[in-house]
Unconditional design. Structure first.
Length: 206
């Protein structure tokens, strides 16, 4: 699932996302991934990445629909919050990560609800001010999904949202409420849990 998170985040952030992938998750040589991603800051980056990729997809979907329909900003932001949280929780967290959370969708949903809510709020604390500042400014093209400026503002908002969500995800990972980056063990073809590398127990999803 983290591969899709990287694909989506790189699509949203462009070259910045690609550079982050190389620095955070692209091991320098085969067989070194577990060691490469073991530092806490990379574990937290992976947790934040997974949250932002899912939530931002829901936000963009809602913002694009409301923008094309010309709905007011207050409705737009309400829809963005609801769709962002729903997409992140019900799909990216509970559905896609249920296998590493015991295999039960309902169990994954219960385990993910609070961590996802905290991470989502931290992300939106960064995204919403950026969107309000630029989309309610003088240039109305920033509210039109048919204009490049709209997508530029969305990209900037997602980038800022990532930064504000990062500290919250650091706390969540350090308390064992979320997973960070994981690795495939070449010998066993299983997931390497970085809790064994000094990051504490991590029962929930990235």
């Amino acid at each position: 699932m983290i591969r899709w998170a990287w694909v989506l985040t790189t699509f949203y952030l462009g070259p910045v996302g690609a550079i982050c992938y190389v620095l955070v998750d692209r091991e320098p040589k085969p067989g070194t991934h577990a060691e490469f991603v073991a530092p806490m800051w990379k574990q937290v980056f992976g947790s934040t990445l997974h949250c932002v990729a899912g939530d931002a997809t829901g936000v963009i979907f809602a913002a694009t629909i409301t923008g094309l329909l010309g709905l007011p900003m207050w409705f737009d932001m309400t829809a963005e919050y609801i769709f962002g949280f729903a997409f992140g929780l019900f799909i990216f967290q509970s559905l896609f990560m249920k296998n590493i959370m015991g295999g039960s969708y309902l169990g994954a949903l219960r385990s993910s609800f609070i961590p996802e809510w905290l991470s989502m709020n931290a992300m939106m604390a960064g995204m919403f001010p950026v969107m309000v500042t630029f989309m309610m400014g003088r240039d109305m093209r920033a509210m039109d999904p048919r204009e490049p400026l709209y997508w530029g503002v969305m990209s900037l908002a997602i980038g800022v949202g990532f930064l504000t969500a990062y500290p919250a995800n650091w706390w969540l990972v350090s308390k064992g409420l979320k997973h960070g980056l994981m690795s495939i063990d070449p010998g066993q073809q299983g997931l390497v849990d970085h809790a064994a590398m000094g990051h504490g127990p991590q029962p929930a999803a990235a």
